[in-house]
Design a binder for this molecule. Structure first.
Ligand SMILES: [Zn+2]
Length: 593
């Protein structure tokens, strides 16, 4: 899985000694000339760093849909690459993911610059890597990066050439973190589970707004964290990152500008992240997650520098506050195990907000020169600054009680595989067995009319909960909930979850009836059926007296009879959600069942 690319060469270089000039050479980086690294150049760049420095290691981790392996680059002051050992030394791990949308390549160039500068300067390295290791995914969406064109993201201010948004299978990888249709997402999960990063950054470019800021920031939804982590995030980490960007770099940053109305921006709303987004995924594992979204209209060079400044501040923070961060996360992981309730869905709390300084442009009207369209635009001649509201508080919309375990039948292989990839420990039943479990009947749901990401997304799920005995079979999977991947388990297995397997159609086949009866065939068996079941005959006679529909309609009589035979039990199963909730596991996790 891992491959130390050139340990021997590194040693040789160490012995021969590398001059300062060689150390600083980064000939491939050309963001000053409005150019971005291609995938091949990026890998060659990191491969050179791996050869030059014992502190740096380039590894291959898993395969992508592009038929090329996903690379991971790790920098530690002592060259350590084993996350358990790094953590044992009291260091945090920062993971930076780049090129998920290769048309938004700032992070690809900024991370390369950051790594090269850090490695070339021992004083800098001491400062930043004292209590922190940095892991970089040079280019995540390799398929998109290989398809370069000057015409992708056509209204973006550079670079000259950039990759496509979608991956080789036309999937948007920033919707694929939990359902994992792509090999890319599985390889990413492998990296994420391997590192268990304390801080996670996913780098992007936004075209959703226009204002004076170069860097906008999506920070993970704070309420998703344990209250102590949330407090630390809101009161220390975020204010410090914002203030360092402004004071140290003179590059004031703003929360991602998701506005409430077009025109002059009066308020910004917080990003409600589903688990299928990068920061939503990292939140499932109690990592502090960020997405930088630099503004598409600013020059490419400025966007790279802005991203570089944020990376620098994030790593600095991770190193300086390693003790607190590690403690907060380990406490949060412990508290998570004890939690009996879990919030599946959140909604914006419109009664609470913070005030922030906003530097925008006035919204004017114009007639466009080529098409003659009348259009609104943000007038760069008319900058303004104003205090505006930032709505970034959420309250629970759907909460579920946490079972001791879920039971996933062996048949749902695609589900089992994804649970495994995301670090979930399971146990297979040793014998066929009947278990009293809480089950869901799906009474209603709405499949999307058009496909998104190759799925007809199910929403508006209406459930009925029934506790009953269900037959399970040898080989079915018992999934204990109280483990590190607890949030992933609940998020993915609860059918009301907008990120879950039910929403993404993994379970759709159970919704369809398979057996039924033919009117002619059933009629010929009726006499025999009723002769052998006097109770059924009696109930049938009663139904004919009490229900005028049954009395008057022969087809309704057949329907009534079918529904009152054991055969109909099979049909009732068609709406019985296949994953059961075991509320009290007793000694099932230990027993040799
Ligand atoms: Zn993006």
């Amino acid at each position: 899985m891992k491959r130390r690319l050139s340990a021997i060469l590194s040693i040789m270089l160490l012995i021969s000694g590398v001059s300062a000039q060689q150390r600083n050479a980064t000939p491939l980086l050309k963001y000053d000339e409005n150019k971005s690294l291609s995938w091949e150049e990026a890998i060659s760049f990191y491969s050179d760093l791996d050869k030059k420095y014992t502190e740096a290691t380039l590894m291959e981790m898993g395969m992508t849909d592009a038929g090329r392996p996903l690379h991971l680059f790790i920098i530690s002051s002592d060259g350590e690459t084993d996350p358990a050992e790094i953590r044992r030394q009291g260091k945090t791990i920062v993971l930076i993911n780049n090129g998920i949308h290769p048309g938004e390549p700032e992070g690809i160039d900024a991370s390369a610059r950051f790594a090269a500068d850090l490695l070339a300067n021992r004083d800098r390295m001491k400062k930043y890597l004292r209590n922190c290791s940095v892991a970089i995914i040079p280019v995540y969406n390799i398929g998109g990066a290989l398809t370069r064109s000057r015409y992708w993201r056509i209204n973006q201010n550079g670079p000259e050439e950039k990759g496509a948004r979608r991956n080789t299978r036309f999937l948007d990888l920033n919707r694929d973190f939990v359902k994992q249709d792509s090999r890319d997402a599985k390889a990413f999960a492998e990296i994420f589970q391997f590192l268990d990063p304390d801080l996670f950054l996913d780098t992007h470019t936004t075209n959703g707004s226009d204002h004076q800021f170069t860097v906008t920031l999506i920070a993970t939804q704070p309420e998703k964290m344990h209250p102590e982590m949330e407090k630390y995030f809101r009161e220390k980490m975020l204010p410090e990152l914002y203030s360092r960007m402004k004071e140290e770099h003179g590059n004031e940053m703003v929360p991602y500008v998701q506005y409430t109305e077009r025109g002059d921006i009066k308020a910004i709303t917080g990003f409600e992240e589903e688990a299928y987004y990068s920061t939503g995924y990292s939140a499932l594992f109690n990592s502090f997650g960020f997405m930088t979204e630099t503004l598409v209209y600013k020059p490419y060079h400025d966007r790279v520098i802005g991203t570089l400044q944020f990376i620098t501040e994030l790593v600095r923070f991770g190193s300086q506050n390693s003790k607190e961060i590690l403690k907060l996360r380990s406490d949060a992981n412990r508290h998570l195990l004890a939690a009996k309730e879990y919030v599946l869905d959140w909604e914006q709390d419109t009664t609470r907000w913070d005030e922030i300084q906003y530097h925008g442009y006035s919204y004017d009207q114009t007639t466009t020169p080529i098409t003659g369209r009348k259009s609104g635009f943000y007038n760069h001649e008319k900058p303004y600054s104003e205090t505006i509201r930032y709505y970034n508080y959420f309250r629970p919309a759907i909460t579920v009680t946490v079972p001791d375990a879920y039971v996933v039948p062996f048949a749902w292989e695609e589900v089992i595989r994804r649970l495994e990839v995301n670090g979930v420990h399971m146990k297979q039943l040793q014998h066929d067995t009947t278990i009293t479990v809480e089950t869901y009947y799906i009474d209603g749901f709405e499949p999307a009319r058009r496909a998104t990401q190759g799925h007809y997304f199910n929403s508006k799920v209406n459930l009925r909960t029934v506790t009953q005995e269900v037959d399970f079979f040898r080989g079915d999977y018992l999934v204990p909930v109280n483990q590190k991947s607890k949030r992933y388990i609940i998020t993915m297995l609860e059918p009301q979850s907008a990120s879950g397997f039910f929403a993404w159609n993994f379970f759709d086949s159970f919704l369809e009836g398979q057996d039924w009866y033919s009117v002619w065939g059933f009629e010929s068996h009726l006499k025999e059926l009723l002769d052998h079941d006097p109770a059924l005959r009696e109930a049938f006679e009663k139904a004919k007296q009490s229900d005028t529909n049954v009395a008057s309609d022969p087809v309704a009589q057949l329907q009534w009879l079918y529904q009152h035979t054991p055969a109909s039990e099979l049909e009732k199963r068609t709406r019985l959600y296949p994953v059961a909730r075991l509320m009290d596991a007793g000694d099932m996790f230990n027993a040799g069942n």
